[in-house]
Design a protein around this ligand. Structure first.
Ligand code: ATP
Length: 325
């Protein structure tokens, strides 16, 4: 059984609660945040959910938890209908929301105790707090005085209460220092080994690359790619990324037109060209033919960031990449 299953899910936000008509103003057009979205996440999988700002990630997460209702389509989470059986879903799910707001007057430990009680679980709060790196002294302080990273650690401890079958983590590394980000990765892997499914949304692609079995990339409310990182790399025909230092103005359009090139990202005189291995020489030739000089270059295996840029800025969709693959 899939842990998460979406079928033809669309969410349109209509901005006309009657207010506009009452005030005789014209209503703003509706926004399609998610458009005919279908995908599934297997039990025990760590799934990275990516996409540029406004792609529809939070809306999707909110629909999994029934905070937002789909306009069309069906969603099943842990075998339950996400709308009709949302209480059952939430009982078995640990959520780390984006930008969690603490109760200022409660201590960290009281937050975790509250989470344990609401899951009707019998975890030791101090164990959960120490697992996320909050020491006993901090755990006894009012959470209103916590730093960003401490708040994030606290929210993670709360999400882990009751050993949930599904963890939904929205931007989990936000505010964490490098040690905190590493601990977060270790917790995600440990939870997956325990058998939990982890649904993980993040813009920190290095973090996603380090922990996810599979990723889905959203753009404009649609899932434009869904595969393992290795699968995405070969699907887009991007074996490697050629990083070049260029003197003069290279004709980027000519570089994009070279066969085997999937994206070109320019940052001043530094170019990153995602391409197949056999396209590298032609890329250098195209740059030099446009009057610029390649001062230096190196080749890397395409990182998730390179793949993400190729998908979200390269203008390709899954269908197009499948045709070209
Ligand atoms: N309550 C709402 N009312 C109207 N439009 C909304 C609402 N919530 C989201 N949207 C719109 O839906 C689209 C998708 O937003 P969403 O927050 O799901 O994106 P996201 O991928 O989570 O972005 P980010 O990475 O910036 O958090 C955006 O155009 C957003 O403005």
């Amino acid at each position: 059984m899939a842990a998460i299953e979406l079928n033809g899910v669309t969410k349109r936000f209509e901005d006309d609660d009657g207010v506009f008509e009452t005030l005789q103003l014209s209503s703003t057009p509706s926004v399609t945040a998610v458009n005919d979205l279908s995908f599934s996440v297997a039990e025990g999988e760590v799934f990275g959910f990516l996409g540029p700002n406004g792609a529809g990630k939070s809306t999707t997460i909110n629909m999994l938890l029934d905070f937002v209702r789909p306009t069309e389509g069906t969603i099943r989470v842990l075998g339950h209908d996400a709308q009709a059986e949302s209480v059952a879903v939430r009982r078995r799910t640990g959520v780390l929301p984006e930008g969690y707001d603490v109760y200022d007057r409660l201590t960290g430990r009281e937050h975790v105790e509250f989470a344990i009680q609401s899951k009707e679980a019998d975890d030791d709060p101090d164990e959960l707090l120490s697992r996320v790196g909050l020491d006993p002294e901090d755990a006894g302080r009012r959470a209103g005085g916590y730093s960003k990273g401490m708040t994030q650690r606290l929210a993670l401890a709360m999400a882990l209460a009751g050993s949930p079958d599904l963890l939904i983590l929205d931007e989990p590394s936000s505010g964490l220092d490098p040690a905190g980000a590493r601990e977060m990765r270790e917790i995600v892997r440990a939870e997956a080994e325990r058998g939990a499914t982890v649904f993980f949304s993040s813009h920190v692609l290095g973090q996603v690359e380090a922990v996810c079995d599979r990723v889905g990339i959203m753009r404009n409310g649609e899932l434009i790619a869904e595969d393992s990182i290795r699968g995405l790399r070969s699907r887009i025909g991007t074996d490697s990324v050629l990083r070049l230092d260029v003197d003069g103005n290279a004709d980027l359009a000519a570089v994009r037109n070279v066969e085997g090139v999937s994206s070109v990202d320019a940052d001043g005189e530094r170019l990153a060209v995602s391409c197949t291995d056999d396209a590298k020489t032609s890329v250098i030739e195209a740059i030099e033919a446009s009057g610029a000089t390649v001062a230096d270059f190196e080749t890397d295996t395409a990182s998730l960031e390179d793949i993400f840029i190729a998908y979200t800025e390269g203008g390709k969709t899954t269908e197009e990449t499948e045709v070209s693959a």
